[in-house]
Ligand binder design. Structure first.
Ligand code: G6P
Length: 387
């Protein structure tokens, strides 16, 4: 087991540090610059959705059927449900396709309205989560197209869906998902960009800009990790005795806040909740008092950035211990936050790939300092295959 951990104390830390490689594998062969094209031209090819001729219905590939679906319904659980929320932002903004996100466990029990022109996308690391599998079977009863975004090759969800994409994240051993999450986000971004191209909602120029930015993300995270581990360790020391923590983020960063809270809960047993920044005023604010950690993602291009800035100063006025995750070079929070983590630059829609990394490391170091069983938290299964 020590050899498998590759010199790291836990699988979770190894998997966090492995993310640049895992992301490169998720991108490989799917996003590329054609050799004979101009230097800034990029292509996206999603073999599992485009090539599946044998799966074509009325001559249309799964990708074409997705593009013209009346809506996309994404069903998932846990961390994968957070990727689904990011997918909704990406599908709607980049491709203009109406998208709904469902907890698979709720979806399957509430007799949802599904029609033949819908497309159900199941996101699952293991490919074995019972509720997600059942959601697919229900969608198939209504003859909807089913697409899987799965890490484990040959898993039940991979076999049950009409077509899909593998994450290629490599085996994830730690119960708390890290590299599978970032690779799920890569997969849904690629899908959104490909659909945007198919539907003409993204200009060629925009597509090339997004592709160039996406392909640069693994290198920038790799470089950043060299200093980020030490910075998050220092912050974790400060927070290790907390009993509650709040995470906030707006727009595409709200799911990242939820994921940050889930990670902390899962492995450190600290109660944590995620909120959209302004929504915290409608309840969560009562939890804020001296030294309660509030971790805010506040990126300059967030549509609600000014509002977020106001919320951050409100937290500080109530003596919360504020950590702000923001863009490179942003000094707006120097006077209000105890800690500012600056993220490498990228486009807004790609930022969840980056902003989630300090949150993973904070959870990891806090849990380690509390002596928790990080790779196998109490009561938690890697994959919930029971109903
Ligand atoms: C369990 C795991 C989580 C995971 C969830 C969904 O709760 O502990 O880490 O996110 O199942 O699993 P899946 O394999 O479907 O992504």
């Amino acid at each position: 087991e020590q050899i498998e951990k590759g010199g790291f104390k836990h699988f979770m830390l190894k998997e966090i540090m492995d993310q640049p490689n895992a992301m490169r594998n998720a991108l490989r062969g799917r996003i590329y610059q054609p050799v004979d094209a101009a230097p800034d031209v990029w292509e996206i090819k999603l073999g599992g959705l485009e090539k599946a001729k044998e799966r074509a219905v009325d001559g249309r590939s799964p990708l074409e059927r997705m593009a013209h679906a009346s809506r996309l319904i994404i069903a998932a659980c846990g961390t994968s449900w957070h990727s689904a929320l990011i997918a909704k932002c990406a599908f709607e903004k980049l491709a203009g396709v109406p998208t709904e996100v469902e907890y698979a466990s709720e979806f399957r029990y509430r007799k949802p309205l599904i029609c033949q022109s819908d497309c159900l996308i199941a996101i699952s690391q293991s490919g074995e989560t019972a509720d997600t599998l059942e959601a697919i079977k229900m969608a198939k009863q209504y003859k909807a197209l089913t697409i899987g975004i799965v890490n484990v090759v040959g898993s039940s969800i991979a076999r049950e869906t009409d077509a899909g994409m593998y994450l290629h994240a490599g085996p994830e051993i730690g119960v708390a998902s890290t590299k599978a999450f970032t690779c799920q986000v890569i997969a849904v971004l690629l899908m959104a960009l490909r659909l945007g191209k198919q539907l003409g909602t993204l200009s060629e120029e925009m597509l090339h800009t997004y592709c160039a930015a996406l392909s640069a993300v693994p290198d920038s995270i790799e470089e950043w990790l060299k200093s980020l581990t030490e910075q998050t360790r220092v912050i974790s020391k400060y927070f290790r005795l907390a009993t509650n923590a709040l995470f906030s983020g707006v727009g595409i960063h709200f799911p990242v806040a939820l994921e940050g809270a889930l990670k902390l809960k899962e492995i450190s047993y600290i109660h944590a909740e995620g909120f959209p920044a302004a929504e915290i005023r409608h309840g969560g604010i009562t939890l804020i008092r001296n030294f309660v950690p509030v971790i805010c993602i506040a990126m300059r291009h967030d549509p609600a950035y000014e509002q977020t800035k106001q919320v951050v100063s409100d937290f500080r006025a109530k003596d919360a211990a504020v950590v702000v995750i923001t863009d490179q070079g942003n000094r707006d929070f120097d006077q209000v936050a105890q800690f500012v983590v600056q993220c490498p630059e990228t486009k807004l829609e790609l930022q969840p790939l980056i902003s989630c990394v300090p949150l993973q490391l904070l959870s990891y170091y806090i849990a380690d300092m509390r002596g928790c069983s990080i790779d196998q938290p109490r009561n938690l299964a890697k994959s919930v295959t029971v109903e």
